[in-house]
Design a protein around this ligand. Sequence first.
Ligand SMILES: Nc1ncnc2c1ncn2[C@@H]1O[C@H](COP(=O)(O)OP(=O)(O)OP(=O)(O)O)[C@@H](O)[C@H]1O
Ligand code: SF4
Ligand SMILES: [Mg+2]
Length: 342
Amino acid sequence: MAEPILEVGGLVRHYPLTRGVLFRKQVGVVRAVDGVDFTLGRGETLGIVGESGCGKSTVARMLVHLERPTAGAIRFKGEDVVRLSGRALKAVRRNIQMVFQDPYTSLNPRMTVGDIIGEPYEIHPEAAPKGDRRRRVRELLDVVGLNPEHINRYPHQFSGGQRQRIGIARGLALRPEVIVADEPVSALDVSVQAQVINLMERLQGEFGLSYVFIAHDLSIVRHISDRVGVMYLGRIVETGRDSEIYDRPRHPYTQALLSAVPVPDPEAREHRQRIILSGDVPSPANVPSGCRFRTRCWKARERCATEEPLPAAVPAGARSTTGTAAHLAACHFPDDHMDGVT
Ligand SMILES: Nc1ncnc2c1ncn2[C@@H]1O[C@H](COP(=O)(O)OP(=O)(O)OP(=O)(O)O)[C@@H](O)[C@H]1O
Ligand code: SF4
Ligand SMILES: [Mg+2]
């Protein structure tokens, strides 16, 4: 693997669950993120997938320091960002930027595109001298495939895909090394999704960027990710190279998610068994004992209710030719065969 640029260990974000209007009383804890570990290599794309409410955006907000972790470490080039403050923190924050999900709501409708893209320079004036900012913004418009002449237009004068390009240009303004993209194409038409993903891939090569790319759909992250982490109820339950996750998923949850992805090849489609999960995702305020997936798992046994499975590597005998210990699944009874469920 490439040299790590971001190392996340034991990341936790709990919210107090309160009742009462006048006398607020804490009655529980929402375990939005409950112990997440991953490493992002330089120049690499890590895809994070999982159903709505599993904690993806909370992880993203902590990575860009919009929210403080309850516990855990976020190391950028070896330095724990969580412990930094003042100038040292500001310097690191510049290097980790976010691209948001919904280009319709995340851009201020009353600001011109030039002001939106140049806004990060107000917070980090050292990044570009005042007299040079408009030139840089024009350059950024050009880089993301928009007309630099449109610098004085407003967000409503652009299409959804173009607005997401504006969001990406703003993310690039400070020349960060890491971009955290939280569902950057989920709000876009399918035909536009591929264009934005292709743009992100091109920019990655051009600027040597490392991406954390969040999506709820496995088929979207497949194209762009080098490695994938599958999240369930505040935890990553399986992580591996994209080929390992897609061709040899080991965790029952990953298998279920993959079985729902449309397969274009009719023959492969015929051989495939569709796994339909029963029940809803439990509330993060009431996480099941033992394995958190057990209430929906068709393989659950007694041990799953009492003992929490820790992420374990593929046994040497079942390892694929390209496999390293990086393929981990948190399950007591993972599939260690060579074939996937397709
Ligand atoms: N400020 C908060 N206070 C209390 N609970 C919160 C807060 N923010 C998020 N949560 C809860 O934490 C859980 C994870 O939320 P999060 O937004 O990270 O999920 P997500 O995976 O991004 O979902 P989606 O796919 O819908 O965007 C949810 O149950 C959510 O209701
Ligand atoms: S530990 Fe048990 S309940 Fe959890 S995923 Fe594995 S088999 Fe299913
Ligand atoms: Mg989200």
